[in-house]
Design a binder for this molecule. Structure first.
Ligand code: SF4
Ligand code: SF4
Length: 389
């Protein structure tokens, strides 16, 4: 029998965790539902012991367990917790302690350094931020003329695959006759990578700078491409910083469809299924706007995967996992593309640049050559001709 290793309970750490989590962990009665619900249990021999992290937070322990960085902050565990514990909040607090104790996974500090030096976590020069828009003739945002600020975000600005989503949205906004503008190189990062990696003090600094930029430009309504940016603006900007209405682009397109400003005039005879991005669905309760868009595309047949809406399976790219390597075969998206194939879809649509990247990689890895992965914006843009692009 192996000896039980003694652990030291640190009162200062206990108070710090209590403060960081508003006591969220106290409600936990250690049932283990969170561990059972976490998708890592379907992919690795050792499930992610979420319950143990909650116990650590209750007792004020921090043992440097690097599996803390596996969490994608998908919130599937919180959704199932019978005590309603905000588990993501607790895990982010434990991550902040890991930063303070220098127990961070290799590769993550450089993400925040890039944010500091480049205004983006992609290690790309800030001067290239508007490169994706070359030739598109998008006006600089002017609050006197424009209905919305089109907020592209870092991923669709710099990642070549995700740039196609931004261009598709430009096509749709033009087709609907929307008066919109863009901040170009002045567009600030929302700070999501700092938040999801648990570095809340640095996140607050980045968020303050972003809010100041929006204020200086007179922004009152903002449409974001990524649900991660949308979530930050909606839920993590303080009331004093948030002088604008944030929308996810699927919500805005659904409004344009309902008001008759946007029409899809070409047919897509395809069976499609939809991947609910965690930061649109579980974190913000928006399940219908993307489905309303899909239902408006002539010829499309929507079929649901076994896990959908509140029970949707994460792509694996949230919570900073985009910046860490996950071995092929151990990715949530590997399971997801199999679910998409099992429901007979040949098109897997989503509404998040991280989801597109993860799902496309997994469709290739699983050799699902008949499975196309598209963002809803790209799919919708194919069915609209406006003669401009
Ligand atoms: S599901 Fe909720 S109550 Fe149960 S162990 Fe997890 S956090 Fe605690
Ligand atoms: S948020 Fe998702 S990945 Fe993180 S512990 Fe909960 S279920 Fe697992």
């Amino acid at each position: 029998m192996s000896a039980i290793e003694p652990r030291l309970v640190d009162d200062a750490l206990w108070y710090r965790l209590l403060e960081l989590t508003d006591g969220a962990a106290a409600l936990c009665y250690q049932c283990g539902v969170c561990t059972a619900m976490c998708p890592w249990g379907d992919l690795r021999k050792e499930p992610l012991s979420v319950r143990t992290f909650l116990r650590q937070a209750q007792l004020g322990l921090q043992d440097g367990d690097q599996s803390l960085w596996l969490c994608t902050t998908c919130a599937q565990c919180s959704a199932a917790c019978p005590r309603g514990v905000d588990i993501v909040k607790v895990l982010r607090a434990l991550r902040l302690l890991a930063w303070e104790l220098r127990q961070v996974e290799i590769g993550l500090p450089s993400v925040l350094w890039s944010l500091h030096w480049n205004n983006n976590p992609w290690t790309q020069p800030p001067s290239q931020r508007a490169g994706w828009a070359k030739g598109l003739d998008i006006p600089a945002f002017d609050p006197q003329q424009h209905e919305i600020l089109f907020y592209v975000g870092c991923t669709s600005s710099f990642d070549r695959r995700s740039q196609k989503i931004a261009r598709a949205l430009v096509h749709l906004l033009d087709a609907a006759g929307v008066r919109y503008g863009y901040l170009g190189e002045a567009e600030p990062c929302c700070g999501e990578s700092a938040l999801s990696l648990g570095h809340s003090p640095y996140f607050r600094e980045v968020a303050r700078q972003a809010a100041q930029t929006f204020d200086e430009h007179g922004v009152t309504a903002l449409v974001a491409i990524s649900p991660h940016c949308y979530d930050v603006f909606k839920n993590h900007f303080s009331a004093s910083m948030n002088n604008f209405e944030p929308m996810h682009y699927t919500q805005y397109l659904a409004q344009l469809l309902e008001s008759g400003r946007l029409r899809f005039n070409q047919s897509e005879e395809t069976r499609v299924t939809f991947q609910d991005p965690c930061y649109l669905g579980r974190h913000n309760g928006e399940y219908q706007a993307p489905r309303r868009i899909l239902a408006s595309i002539p010829g499309l047949e929507l079929v649901e995967m076994t896990q959908h809406e509140e029970d949707g399976l994460c792509c694996g790219g949230g919570g900073g996992r985009m910046w860490l390597e996950t071995p092929a075969g151990e990715r949530f998206s590997d399971l997801r593309v199999e679910q998409a194939a099992a429901c007979g879809a040949s098109l897997l649509a989503t509404a998040c640049p991280f989801c597109v990247t993860c799902l496309e990689d997994s469709a290739k890895f699983k050799k699902l050559s008949g499975m196309q992965v598209l963002d809803i914006a790209e799919l919708a843009a194919r069915t609209v001709s406006n003669g401009k692009h």
